[in-house]
Design a protein around this ligand. Structure first.
Ligand SMILES: [Zn+2]
Length: 490
């Protein structure tokens, strides 16, 4: 039985459909789950549904369980009626409170039963969120407790409710990978990657990329992956490209309360803004000065609405990018918003081999938009697949220019891919748009392709005609290759 189907891939990013049987709905992914505080609703759940198209939200069952005002109404009327929301409702279990206050007063069995009884569609056991950088012993011990609770969750009577299997393991990639494999083996339905909020709060996007990549190695392609607590739109593209399907956001409301304004490039403070760089109804109808002059509650709600518009807008942008095969170009663009995001993108590219496994073989046109493009999975794949081609002859010309009859065979050369059989020149990714002023890194990647081909054919003699490659690239070409510059006079 599977509740999750992938319709399209781009890198490890997925367009998918999560079927939530208890709610009778299918949720399109990637998506965001707005966090709804049962006590304080900055934007009503019915508004999230009607104005923003929310198909799913998340609320905290532990808060409801502990609330004298809301526990009985939740049990009597059910969550959907209580919150006035007809889509899917996921519930958290109190793990966050556990990590903040050190203890909570429910067991996994109790809170899962309560979640089932209030009509939650996706329930969560009480896992132990182990923060980054703790001792390995602590991470291992807490992981063992989490795993034991996941096994108890499997045995619990949860009816039609989907149940999550959170993946912990702190900042130890091998523990994350093992935890993910164990979570997968439970057969539970949704896989939240836990305790990553501290990494995001500290802008440690490279560490975040490594953690997500490790979890994905353990999970494989089974089930939807939820990046727990990730609510800033600036990092959706990167997280999606690594294979995350679900995000949740309290940020839209929490930031608004502090007059903070979300953009896909980062966060602005209302006091520092003279213009709104956004086309949503809030930003079209108001200036920052007008908003600043409003009463706190009204201002907070309007800012929360803007934050939701930009959040859902970025989710649609990510989906469209996966659909059109341009997700990595989007990640590249978003990475320019902050140097730590660029670190995150570079760390993501360290896992290019992993991303290559699910990447589409054919897309639109590869755009070379930065030196990072030279490290994309498509370049790696091209180099790996050079062993699929035979060479017929002793003298081979590799050239960025035209063919020459003096050679037995002529191959094309194109930075950052390197050499390719000429009849492949019209196929992806060799149709790439590369700037005429290609950078050193593109030349170096092409030189690595040449080196790989030369190594595969020790008995063939090669001549490389390049278009003014950087010296650092020419150094990477094996010595036995004769070199000529395309524009040098013979
Ligand atoms: Zn706006």
């Amino acid at each position: 039985m599977t509740n999750f189907e992938v319709r399209a891939y781009d890198a490890a990013g997925r367009l998918g459909e999560l079927t939530v049987p208890r709610a009778g709905v299918t949720v399109e992914t990637p998506t965001i789950l707005p966090v709804v505080n049962p006590h304080v609703q900055t934007v009503e759940p019915s508004t999230l549904e009607s104005e923003f198209g929310a198909e799913i939200l998340i609320t905290n069952s532990y808060i409801l369980h502990g609330s004298d005002d809301l526990r009985d109404p939740a049990l009597d009327r059910g969550l959907h009626d209580l919150l006035d929301f007809s889509g899917a409702i996921m519930t958290d279990s109190g793990s966050f409170q556990l990590s903040e206050y050190g203890e909570i007063d429910v067991t996994t069995e109790e809170i899962l039963r309560f979640q089932r009884d209030i009509g939650s569609d996706i329930g969560t056991p009480v896992d132990i969120p182990t923060p980054p950088d703790v001792d390995r012993e602590q991470a291992e011990a807490e992981l063992a407790t989490t795993q034991e609770r996941l096994e108890r969750a499997v045995d619990a009577d949860t009816g039609e409710m989907l149940v999550t299997a959170p993946v912990q393991g702190s900042t130890y990639p091998d523990l994350r990978e093992r935890a993910a494999r164990d979570a997968k083996s439970t057969g539970l339905d949704v896989f939240p990657l836990g305790a990553v909020v501290p990494l995001m709060n500290e802008y440690r996007y490279a560490d975040l990329a490594d953690v997500v990549a490790a979890c994905k190695r353990g999970l494989g392609e089974s089930g939807p992956v939820h990046l727990f607590g990730a609510g800033h739109p600036m990092m959706f593209a990167m997280a999606a490209a690594l294979g995350c399907d679900l995000f949740d956001s309290a940020a839209y409301a929490l930031y608004a309360r502090d007059d903070r304004y979300l953009t896909v490039r980062g966060t602005e403070h209302l006091d520092d803004m003279e213009y709104f760089p956004c086309q949503c109804p809030i930003c079209t109808d108001h200036t920052p000065a007008e908003l600043a002059g409003m009463a706190e509650k009204v201002r907070g709600e309007l800012l929360a609405r803007h934050n939701l518009h930009v959040t859902y807008g970025e989710i649609r942008t990510v989906r469209q990018a996966i659909r059109s095969g341009t997700l990595l170009e989007l990640v590249d663009a978003r990475a320019r918003g902050h140097p730590t995001m660029l670190d995150g993108y570079r760390a993501l590219l360290d896992h290019a081999e992993q991303l290559e496994r699910t990447d589409r073989v054919s897309k639109g046109t590869f755009f070379y938009t930065s030196a990072e493009s030279a490290r994309r999975p498509e370049v790696l794949r091209h180099h790996e697949r050079l062993d699929r081609f035979d060479i017929d002859g002793d003298e081979v010309l590799l050239t960025e220019g035209g063919s020459n009859d003096r050679y037995d065979e002529t191959w094309g050369v194109r930075p950052p891919f390197g050499p390719y059989p000429r009849d492949l020149g019209d196929t992806y990714p060799l149709t790439a748009e590369v700037p005429d002023r290609a950078d050193r890194v593109a030349h170096e990647a092409a030189a690595d392709g040449v080196a790989r081909l030369v190594e595969l054919h020790p008995d063939v003699s090669f001549t490389l005609v390049h278009d003014d490659w950087a010296a650092t690239a020419l150094e990477r070409v094996p010595e036995r290759v004769r070199l000529r510059d395309l524009h040098a006079r013979e």
